[in-house]
Write a protein that binds this ligand. Structure first.
Ligand code: FAD
Ligand code: UDP
Length: 365
C-alpha cells in the first residue's frame, strides 16, 4: 500500500490547485518543493507591511467566470486595474497601445486619424506577418515599434525581434479607445493580503516538504505515491535527452526606500530603450493602494538562462516547440504521471489558464 495517492512536485499554483482539488475528494497528497517557500512564482512576501511580488508583478485577470469564482474562494480581490507606463528616454507613454499612446506619439485625436497613421507606417508589411517585428509594425506602426517595442522586447527575450514568434506581441491589446487597461478580460484584481495566503489555504490538509529537490531522491519519492504530478521543467524530467529546452530567466534587485508618498507614481513602469539595463521597475505598494511610510521597489533584469538559474519564461519559437514536441511524445509513453504548469507543459500560461488546466485534469480523473 502506498502512503499517498499523489506526489506533487512543485508548490506553485498548479501544484497547489491540484492538491486542493484532490484533498477535497478525499485523496492523500504530498507536495515537495525545492524552494524554501510555497507559491512558486506567485509568492508574495510581506516587507514593511507591503505585499511584495517577489517574482514579478502578478495581476489576476480572466474572462472565465468559473475561474474567477474559484480563486475568490481563497481571497478577496480589490479593484486594481493594470495600467503600466512606458518610459522611453524620459518620454512617458500609456500602455497598452491605445488612443492615449497614439495621441502622445503623433498628436492624433480620433481613431480614424490613428488608423491612418498606422496604415502609412505599416504598408510595407505583407498580409501574414512572419515574426514579432512584422506583427508589431502591422499592428501599431513603425514609430511605436521603434520606441516602445523593439528595445524592450530584445532586452526581455535576448533575441532579435525578427527571430521571435508573432504571438508574443499579440498578448497585448491594441485599442482605438482612450482606455489604459492592460487586459481585455472581464474580471481583474489583486488579492488583498497577497498571493501566498491563497496557496496556504489551498494546501490546508496536505503534507508539504520544502527545500527538497525531487531528483535528489526520485526513487524514494516515487515509491510513496500511486501517481506523480510533475510541474518542474519537462526536459529535466527526461534527463535532457534531446538537449535542454531554452528559457528566459529574470533577476530582481529589491530596494526599500524611506521616502514620502511613493517612488514612481505607478505600480509598473517599463523602460523601453535598450540602453537602460532593466526592463521595468515595480513599486509594490500600488497593487493594494498602500499608504505605508516606506516603499519597496524592484528592478527587473531579464537574464540569459542556464541550468543553474530559475527558468521563468519558455521560449516558444519554432526550434524549441519542435524540441518540446519530442519530449511530449515521451510523456505519452509514461504511466502514472501527470505533467502540468508553465514548466511541465512548456507554455506561456497566465494564472487563470493554469487553474483552468488543473481543473480540466482533475475533473477527468
Ligand atoms: P511555478 O510557479 O513555476 O511553480 C513550479 C514550482 O515547481 C516552483 O516553485 C519550482 O521551484 C518547483 N519545482 C521545479 N522543479 C522541482 C523539483 N525538481 N523538485 C521540487 N520542486 C520543483 N500570470 C498572470 O496571470 N498575471 C500576471 O500578471 C503574471 N505576471 C507574471 C510575471 C512574471 C515575471 C512571470 C515570470 C510570470 C507571470 N505570470 C502572470 C504567470 C504566472 O507566474 C504563472 O502562470 C504561474 O505562476 C505558473 O504556476 P506553475 O505552478 O505552473 O509554475
Ligand atoms: N512589450 C513591449 N513593450 C512593452 C511591454 C511589452 O514590446 O512596454 C512586448 C514584449 O515583446 C513582451 C510582450 O509585449 O514580451 C508581451 O508583454 P507582456 O506584458 O504580456 O509580458 P509578460 O511580462 O506579462 O510576460
Amino acid at each position: 500500500m502506498k502512503k499517498f495517492d499523489y506526489l506533487i512536485v512543485g508548490a506553485g499554483l498548479f501544484g497547489c490547485v491540484f492538491a486542493n482539488e484532490m484533498t477535497r475528494r478525499g485523496k492523500k497528497c504530498l507536495v515537495i518543493e525545492k524552494r524554501n517557500h510555497i507559491g512558486g512564482n506567485i509568492y508574495t512576501e510581506n516587507i514593511e507591511n507591503i505585499n511584495v511580488h517577489k517574482y514579478g508583478a502578478h495581476i489576476f485577470h480572466t474572462s472565465n467566470k468559473k475561474i474567477w469564482d474559484y480563486i475568490n474562494q481563497f481571497a478577496d480581490f480589490n479593484h486594481y486595474i493594470n495600467s503600466p507606463l512606458a518610459n522611453y528616454k524620459g518620454e512617458i507613454y500609456n500602455l497598452p497601445f491605445n488612443m492615449n499612446t497614439f495621441n502622445k506619439m503623433w498628436g492624433v485625436i480620433t481613431p480614424a486619424e490613428a488608423r491612418e497613421k498606422i496604415r502609412e507606417q505599416s504598408c510595407q508589411i505583407e498580409e501574414h506577418p512572419k515574426n514579432l517585428e512584422e506583427m508589431a509594425v502591422s499592428l501599431v506602426g513603425k514609430d511605436i515599434y521603434e520606441k516602445l517595442i523593439e528595445g524592450y522586447t530584445e532586452k526581455q527575450w535576448g533575441r532579435n525581434c525578427k527571430e521571435l514568434p508573432p504571438f508574443i506581441i499579440k498578448r497585448l491589446p491594441v485599442r482605438f479607445e482612450y482606455d489604459n487597461n492592460y487586459f481585455n478580460d472581464i474580471y481583474q484584481g489583486i488579492p488583498i493580503g497577497g498571493y501566498t495566503q491563497i496557496c496556504e489555504k489551498m494546501l490546508e490538509g496536505t503534507e508539504v516538504q520544502l527545500s527538497v529537490d525531487y531528483f535528489d531522491q526520485k526513487e524514494h519519492f516515487d515509491s510513496l505515491a500511486k501517481t506523480v504530478v510533475y510541474t518542474g521543467t519537462i526536459d529535466r524530467y527526461f534527463d535532457y535527452c534531446y538537449g535542454p529546452l531554452q528559457y528566459r530567466s529574470i533577476r530582481f534587485e529589491n530596494r526599500i526606500l524611506n521616502i514620502p508618498d511613493n517612488f514612481q507614481g505607478n505600480a509598473v513602469i517599463n523602460y523601453t530603450h535598450r540602453d537602460i539595463p532593466y526592463t521595468r521597475i515595480i513599486e509594490h505598494k500600488h497593487f493594494e493602494f498602500g499608504k505605508q511610510e516606506k516603499t519597496v521597489i524592484s528592478y527587473e533584469y531579464s537574464d540569459e538562462w542556464n541550468i543553474d538559474k530559475e527558468p521563468y519564461y519558455p521560449i516558444n519559437d519554432t526550434f524549441n516547440n519542435d524540441q518540446y514536441a519530442k519530449y511530449s511524445d515521451l510523456v505519452e509513453k509514461e504511466t502514472n504521471i501527470i505533467f502540468g504548469g508553465r514548466l511541465g507543459s512548456y507554455k506561456y500560461y497566465d494564472m487563470d489558464k493554469v487553474i483552468e488546466s488543473v481543473l480540466n485534469v482533475t475533473d477527468n480523473l
